[in-house]
Design a protein around this ligand. Structure first.
Ligand SMILES: *Cc1c(COP(=O)(O)O)cnc(C)c1O
Length: 435
């Protein structure tokens, strides 16, 4: 008699075989996974904490069945929208929040937060190096219509030191009379620098406030939500900004962005999003609120699954000798995993593996192409229920040195794990590594 556990194992390996995973790749993956159990337990504990935090915010704000319905037209007195914004404010421990389907993406949310809180003659400072690629046009680092630069808002940047520390002397020298707003990107984005922990963000904010307490500290929170138990607004940030097709949408939000923070910051953003005088009072939610609520409710566990996937990927590729950021053992502050292949072929093979693992469009092969907002061709792999959603299993990388691929997401850990196994299979099949 075969023991039932063995029988189960054989069956699982079999289904992997049917999905194109060789026994070699399966075995290699199992070995890596076996070592990761204690870390996964830690992640589950954070998810438990954050699940209860979200639940409490929903209960405290008396989310009712009526909140799940939507409004049309102007959207006056939209109970569900107003309650959802109160729930976000509770989750982030802020005075107010703006959570809207009319905010089309993360870049839009960030652009909105910036342009509504800055005035001509003000200066924006990034003390953590170059911001996310799409913000270059928002700021006017690369000239663009409607940029902050066109409105007479200047920009300064202080890079991180070579060891990843903040350049406190440089920052002190860069803060001047005109400095009105500081933007801090939590996640590494398309860079290989480390992601900032919430604690470090807090230290940076304290330093900036010690120079001038009136400076608005904004955090680009994309990919960071629910990875830790605290958020940047718990350590002094005046505003956090993010996308609903990343962590806080839980994979269910089909569009949207949020800005949570000080009442005045959120009010400024609302007056800019809709119109001076109208602000938060308008903006019909149509039929979207159920997905926003349900997505937020699921976000802590979805984020945890994505985080486990990222750690699994780090450990696989680190073992194979590639540079991975974060590395296999360090603590995590966002869901992105960077793997530096050093060659276009490596990045492409990885992305093909992710695509082949998708529930949607698994039969197509991704190719690098020019995308608006990016300065080099980008290859993107995703077969998502929500187009472009990067809380779903996805990978992308710009076709430029150091040829790093950025991997993130997975609505369930089981899917993330399979996706990574597919990348390994693809990289092995392309002859890029031997296992
Ligand atoms: C994704 C992301 C953005 C931009 O969001 P989009 O929804 O792609 O416009 C900005 N900053 C960071 C750190 C991001 O990860």
């Amino acid at each position: 008699m075969i023991e039932s556990t063995n029988e189960e194992n054989v069956t699982i390996q079999n289904i992997y075989r049917q999905l194109g995973i060789s026994d070699q790749v399966y075995g290699f993956s199992q070995e890596i996974l076996a070592q990761l159990r204690p870390r996964f337990d830690e992640i589950d504990k954070n998810a438990e904490y954050n699940q209860l935090k979200v639940l409490k915010a929903m209960q405290d704000n008396k989310v009712s069945e009526a909140c799940l319905l939507g409004t049309t037209g102007y959207g006056y007195n939209d109970l569900g929208r107003e309650t959802l914004e109160a729930v976000y404010a509770s989750v982030f421990h802020t005075e107010d929040a703006l959570v809207r389907p009319q905010i089309t993406c993360g870049t839009h949310a960030l652009a909105l937060a910036l342009i509504s809180n800055l005035r001509p003659g003000d200066e924006l400072l990034s003390p953590v190096g170059k911001p996310y690629d799409t913000l270059e046009e928002v700021i006017g680092i690369r000239p663009s219509k409607g940029s902050l630069a066109e409105y007479g808002i200047s920009y300064r940047q202080v890079d991180l030191l070579a060891n990843g520390d903040f350049d406190y002397n440089g920052i002190r020298a860069a803060v001047g009379e005109k400095t009105r707003l500081v933007t801090i990107q939590r996640s590494k984005g398309y860079q290989t620098r480390p992601t900032l922990s919430v604690k470090r963000i807090g230290e940076l904010i304290s330093f900036i406030k010690s120079i001038n307490p009136d400076i608005i500290c904004m955090v680009d929170n994309c990919y960071g939500e629910f990875v830790e138990r605290i958020e940047p607004t718990d350590v002094g940030a005046d505003m956090v900004v993010g996308s609903l097709i990343k962590n806080p949408g839980g994979g269910l939000a089909p569009i949207g962005g949020y800005i949570a923070g000080k009442k005045e910051c959120v009010e400024n953003a609302a007056y800019r999003l809709t119109s001076p005088g109208l602000g938060k009072e308008v903006g019909a939610s149509l039929g979207i609120l159920r997905d926003f609520y349900q997505g937020l409710f699921l976000a802590p566990t979805v984020t945890a699954g994505a985080l486990k996937g990222a750690i699994f990927a780090a450990n696989i590729y680190e073992k194979l000798g590639f540079q991975v950021v974060p590395n296999g053992t360090e603590s995590r502050h966002d869901i992105i995993q960077a793997v530096t292949f050093g060659t276009a072929e490596g990045v492409i093979a990885f992305c093909k593996g992710i695509q082949a693992a998708a529930p949607i469009d698994s039969f197509v092969a991704p190719e690098p192409w020019d995308m608006p907002g990016y300065d080099a061709p980008v290859i993107m792999a995703a077969g998502a229920f929500v187009s472009g959603s990067s809380i779903e299993l996805s990978a992308d990388g710009p076709m430029k040195p150091p040829y790093a691929v950025y991997f993130q997401g997975g609505l369930t850990f089981d899917h993330a794990r399979f996706g990574i196994m597919k990348t390994l299979q693809s990289v092995v099949d392309a002859g890029i590594v031997k296992i």
